[in-house]
Design a protein around this ligand. Structure first.
Ligand code: AGP
Length: 602
């Protein structure tokens, strides 16, 4: 356990690198800032200048690093890093870049070198840092790595994952790069300068296209240009990808946090998604033959994406009358699937497309020869590249750790998919595109004043509970997760019918209860549970489409007839409430403590 945690310290980091004509060092640090959203606890950079490596590492925010650098200093060849720790000390020694004993090499790394202890035993000098990355830096020096070929070969006996960039004091204006499992990209702008990054978001305002490293690909970039190699030392030709135009809208747009901005993006994002699906004829290949190719659907994701998967499973059950279920990726990986044929359609849901558990589950499904649909917001992600069919979640860049617009767009994509297949199966013609467009105009219509007031009570709460039935129970789970991660209030979620089987014992005067009651046939049941809780002194807020309750106090009302779409309407006010409460508590909802946007380790 301890050993695994030591690896994990180096896992969800951010990498940038620059090689080109002189630029202010702050250019690179500003690029590092674009990776802030991933979460980090220290930052560092190293540059190569006149045969020497200069570096600075600082614990805490990127601004600490920026302040340690002379603002007039310039770079031509440099690498930088944000490190995100989950366990162990956050120290400058453990921060990247890691340098070899005589400071000949400096490297930044994202990933896990699984056999680093074995590799370390073979070193003459034991690095001061106890990280796996430091071992790689030292090895480069001790193995006398001179050429890119030597560099590539040195990874033959390295196991684990890496996206890394290395500079060497004897190699003027040269950066060596390598990738296995962890993402790595490089872009060249029209002036011929190169930018390296672990997320193409850094290429915004730099280039118009970029290369994406595949597993076990390496590269040397220097004044003569960029050359890619595979692990057999063969030079390879690669195709460029266009930079996502959505990056153009990256920014807080006047909102104080990304989370709030992203909630208010939701209406537009739903519309954009429909426009994209229509123009790209996304569903065209999913025809009758495709429908007949499976008799079971398994949806897989983590956290919020798991909740979207659960709702998606309900859509498949209810619209297509098919056996559909959702599973946590982290559970699926360790439960040998009981599938006796390849007639299971897998759908993997992930905002980032880089979640290690979800990728692990995808690899298992692929081994079963099943068709794998990947639903992701990041079209250059590993998930998008590995899926048989990729459904885009066209939500635009989502920066806040707490997922909001990606979730509502995931639900809308899953609804459109199930409805499209339902139209084929049931020979009907439901216009799901129009339905989503109509819904998108309602999604932000909740009463902000009512929720602002509620947040001022909620901020002093220690605990609250969300209840609901069927689809509403899943919304209750997502609502509870959103509130927990952004406000640190301990919240639970229960099927409303389960209250009387245990949780009721915890209800007392002032307990906060949120009841989601949006399914017409089941509302009455949830309202009964509300009464049971209220009779014991609970303060209840009801989110409902029940017209009869419309004018009651403490009711958040939605007018929407399509019950499948109500989970989109009922989560938005809770996202807003969570964000507001978070801000009132002085928490930054974009970067809740201990959490990262993209969880790239199991
Ligand atoms: C969402 O608010 C959470 N931060 C988290 O649960 C997230 O949904 C989960 O880690 C999965 O991420 P993914 O969608 O990028 O795979």
């Amino acid at each position: 356990m301890h050993k695994a945690n030591r690896f994990r310290r180096e896992s969800m980091c951010g990498i940038v690198g620059f090689l080109g004509k002189k630029r202010k060092t702050t250019f690179l640090i500003d690029k590092l800032n674009l990776l802030e959203y991933r979460g980090y606890d220290s930052a560092g950079y190293a540059e190569l200048s006149e045969g020497k490596i200069y570096y600075s590492k600082k614990v805490g925010r990127i601004i600490n690093l920026k302040e340690s650098i002379n603002e007039d200093s310039e770079i031509t060849c440099a690498i930088a890093h944000t490190r995100w720790a989950t366990h162990g000390k956050v120290t400058e020694t453990n921060s990247h870049p890691h340098l070899s004993k005589t400071e000949e090499w400096a490297i930044v790394h994202n990933g896990i070198i699984e056999n680093y202890e074995v590799l370390k035993k073979n070193l003459k000098f034991s690095p001061k840092s106890d990280t796996d990355t430091a071992v790689i830096a030292e090895r480069l020096e001790e193995l006398n790595i001179n050429t890119i070929e030597d560099f590539i070969k040195s990874f033959d006996d390295v196991s684990g994952s890496f996206g890394l960039a290395a500079i060497c004091k004897t190699k003027k204006n040269t950066i060596f790069l390598g990738k296995r499992k962890s993402p790595l990209f490089i872009s060249q702008n029209k002036e011929g300068d190169f930018l390296i990054a672990s997320d193409p978001i850094c290429f915004k305002d730099f280039g118009t296209d970029y290369y994406c490293f595949e597993d076990n690909e390496f590269a040397e970039v220097n004044e003569n240009g960029l050359t890619f190699y595979n692990s057999n030392l063969n030079i390879i030709k690669k195709r460029k990808a266009r930079l996502d135009s959505l990056f153009k809208s990256y920014g807080k747009n006047g909102y104080s946090t990304f989370m709030m901005k992203e909630i208010f993006d939701e209406s537009e994002a739903l519309k954009n998604q429909v426009a994209y699906y229509k123009s790209q004829k996304i569903f065209e290949p999913l025809n009758k033959e495709f429908l007949e190719s499976f008799n079971k659907v398994k949806l897989i994701g983590c956290g919020t994406a798991y909740h979207a998967s659960e709702i998606g499973a309900k859509y498949f059950q209810k619209i297509l009358n098919i056996d559909a279920s959702a599973e946590y990726a982290s559970e699926f990986i360790y439960n040998e699937p009981l599938l006796d044929n390849n007639k299971t359609l897998f759908i993997f849901v992930s905002q980032s497309g880089e979640t290690a558990d979800t990728l692990g589950a995808l690899k298992i499904a692929k081994k079963l020869n099943s068709t794998c649909i990947c639903l992701t917001n990041v079209m250059y992600s590993s998930l998008a590249r590995l899926g048989d069919i990729v459904l885009p979640v066209a939500a635009g860049v989502e920066v806040a750790v707490a997922s909001t617009k990606a979730y509502t767009c995931q639900l809308s994509a899953l609804y459109m998919l199930a409805s499209h297949l339902g139209n084929i199966k049931n020979r009907r013609n439901i216009n799901y595109f129009d339905e989503i467009i109509k819904l998108s105009d309602k999604v932000l219509k909740f009463d902000k004043e009512q929720l602002n007031k509620l947040s001022s009570f909620l901020k002093d709460c220690n605990e609250c509970i969300f209840i609901g039935k069927d689809l509403d129970f899943i919304t209750a789970k997502e609502a509870s997760l959103k509130l927990k991660e952004t406000t640190y209030i301990n919240s639970s979620s229960y099927p409303s019918g389960e209250l009387k089987h245990g949780y009721l014992a915890l209800i007392e005067e002032g307990t906060r209860v949120f009841a989601i009651a949006c399914e017409k046939k089941l509302n009455i049941k949830t309202i009964n549970s509300v009464k049971e809780a209220a009779a014991r002194g609970a303060d209840v807020t009801i989110l409902t489409n029940d017209e009869g309750l419309k004018n009651e106090e403490n009711v958040i009302y939605f007018s929407e007839e399509n019950e499948f779409l109500l989970p989109i309407l009922s989560i938005a006010p809770i996202q807003y409430l969570s964000c507001k409460t978070s801000l009132l508590k002085g928490i930054n909802p974009d970067q809740p403590r201990n959490l990262a946007k993209s969880v790239t380790v199991e």
